[in-house]
Write a protein that binds this ligand. Structure first.
Ligand code: PAF
Length: 283
């Protein structure tokens, strides 16, 4: 039976017992309101580890003052059912005060991979992500941690952080999970009304257009991006935040499609900001 705990002490005690038995531990960091995308991370973690911890924490530090922290969807009972069915062993669901006590003033931050894409539109976002992920790594001390490729920049940022700070944890990337009609699964999809839900398909359609350009031999990154943008602009409910081509690892803008390239976008559908991406590897 899965255990739900709210304090760092309880996580440490549980993991300590597992370690005494020589068991391996996987961590799936989440902000809850779990869907099939999260389930695929948990499934992978269950497959690769003896015990799995899922953290469910809507991290205030990674939300800007005008962002959706208060309305971010939450449902711990449903999350617990999903985690239990998937075979996870422990849910860590702290209150913000447990993670950030009075006087908290230490942060993990980064230059470079956080400068473009979401880092540009959400200036404090990655400082919040790096800090909380570091804390979760220190609290759980897992062997492996699982992150979805839908947040491709986040994955590159965390990989860089782990490398730079010599964190002895294997980062396991997991592919984007999509609805049958192509929309990438996201907790924020619940904000969309039926018309917006339909309009949101423009993101995955733009991904297809971009992929087709690259498959057809286009190597000018700007031309691929322009084709994606042109399609998105045909959807009246869509407003582009960014569509960019960057080097997957450094997350710096590129001109030529060569090596590992991330084509990433953030698009507002009504008031909801959605992200999607695809990666190519051109020799
Ligand atoms: O990807 C997310 O849900 C969050 O950014 C994470 C990694 C759980 C940190 O709060």
């Amino acid at each position: 039976m899965i255990k739900v705990v709210h304090t760092i002490k309880e996580v440490r005690e549980t993991v300590k017992e597992w370690r005494k038995e020589g068991l391996s531990v996987g961590l799936v960091p989440t902000m809850g309101f779990l869907h099939e995308g999260h389930k695929s991370l948990i499934d992978k973690a269950v497959e690769q580890n003896d015990r799995v911890v899922v953290s469910v924490f809507v991290n205030p530090m990674q939300f800007g003052p005008t962002e959706d922290l208060d309305k971010y969807p939450r449902d711990l009972a449903a999350d617990t059912r999903l985690c239990e069915a998937a075979g996870a062993n422990l849910i860590f669901n702290p209150e913000p005060e447990e993670m950030y006590d009075e006087g908290f003033c230490s942060f993990v931050d980064m230059n470079g991979p956080t400068a473009e894409l979401c880092g540009k539109s959400r200036p404090i976002h990655f400082r919040g992500v790096c800090t909380v992920v570091n804390k979760l790594f220190n609290i759980v001390q897992p062997d492996r941690a699982y992150f979805g490729q839908k947040d491709a920049q986040q994955l590159s940022v965390i990989r860089r952080m782990v490398k730079d700070l010599n964190i002895p944890i294997e980062i396991v990337p997991c592919p984007i999970i999509r609805e049958a009609d192509g929309l990438a699964k996201s907790s924020r999809n619940t904000y969309l009304n039926p018309q917006e839900r339909q309009a949101a398909l423009i993101l995955s359609r733009a991904i297809k257009v971009g992929q087709q350009c690259v498959e057809a031999g286009e190597r000018d990154a700007h031309k691929v991006v322009d084709a994606m943008k042109a399609l998105i602009e045909t959807e009246p409910m869509a407003r582009i935040d960014y569509v960019e081509a960057v080097d997957l690892n450094s997350v710096q803008k590129i001109d030529k499609v060569q090596g590992e390239v991330l084509f990433a976008m953030a698009v507002y559908i009504g008031k909801t900001r959605l992200i999607d991406n695809f990666i190519v590897n051109i020799k």
